[in-house]
Design a protein around this ligand. Structure first.
Ligand code: 6GU
Length: 254
């Protein structure tokens, strides 16, 4: 997958060199290209923002700079060595006003050959940029949660990691994706339960006996019950919605 990120803080993305994402990049599974938005600024001060029409606090990012940057980055991607990817990227604009970024969206993005992230600072990007590219590309405005960040960069880090770990060959154990909290399947809508490793007793706390029993059926049932309990305690909303249909007769007693 090719990922382009245009930002006034490309150095913000240094963590993508580390750990799982770093390995995925080394192996060529994730091909990340960072771009400094100010490279497309017009004046000596490299200005990228201006005051908002209609008044109000803060500054708005200028449409011309973003337009030239996005056009250039798309051209770069299309002429990249290997000819891949061809076509157009899926453009992702992080904003607290966007639709929620969920595991479902991460799975959707993981199927794309090319993503282009446009994180903003200040009060956001002039809205005509999304309008313009919406006529040429698939453009999503997405939010990673109900809180406000100082800029979209941290949201891009979150999304690249959520998508990157889903790419084939990135996780050693493919089953760990299937068992994720929020993954579709038998455990859909349930949070993952508690996990344990050696020693069997630590500071007086014992590992639950069932996990040492070797009885796979009982272990699976116990894990599901714990997942249900944790979901009821931490995210009752997940059990109230349509996901309730996925619960079996034993689940309803937990
Ligand atoms: Cl995507 N951007 C910003 N600036 N704040 C956010 C967000 C995104 N998602 C939640 N809060």
């Amino acid at each position: 997958m090719r990922v382009d990120i245009i930002s006034i803080f490309p150095e913000y993305f240094a963590p993508l060199d580390v750990s799982l994402m770093g390995k995925a990049r080394e192996r060529g599974i994730l091909d990340i290209h960072l771009h400094q938005l100010r490279d497309w600024a017009h004046d000596v001060h490299k200005t990228v923002d201006d005051t908002p029409y209609g008044g109000g606090p803060g500054m708005v990012m200028k449409p011309e700079i973003w337009g030239e940057a996005v056009d250039a980055v798309i051209d770069l991607g299309r002429s990249a060595e290997g000819g891949e990817p061809s076509g157009s990227p899926r453009m992702v604009v992080p904003t607290p006003s966007g639709r929620p970024f969920t595991q479902e969206v991460a799975l959707e993005y993981a199927k794309e050959p090319w993503l282009l992230f446009a994180p903003a600072r200040y009060e956001g990007i002039d809205s005509r940029v999304v309008a313009e590219y919406g006529t040429r590309l698939r453009v999503d405005e997405v939010s990673i949660g109900d809180y406000v960040l100082a800029g979209g960069e941290a949201a891009v880090l979150v999304m690249v990691e959520a998508v990157g770990r889903l790419l084939p060959g990135v996780l050693g154990n493919v089953r760990s994706v299937a068992d994720d909290s929020f993954a579709p399947g038998a455990m859909a809508n349930l949070l993952e339960g508690p996990v344990y490793t050696k020693p069997p007793v630590w500071r007086g706390h014992e590992v639950p006996d069932v996990l040492l029993s070797g009885h796979h059926g009982k272990i699976a049932r116990w894990r599901r019950d714990e997942a249900l309990r944790r979901t009821a305690a931490n995210r009752p909303d997940l059990l109230a919605g349509p996901g309730r249909d996925a619960l079996d007769a034993r689940d309803r007693q937990v």
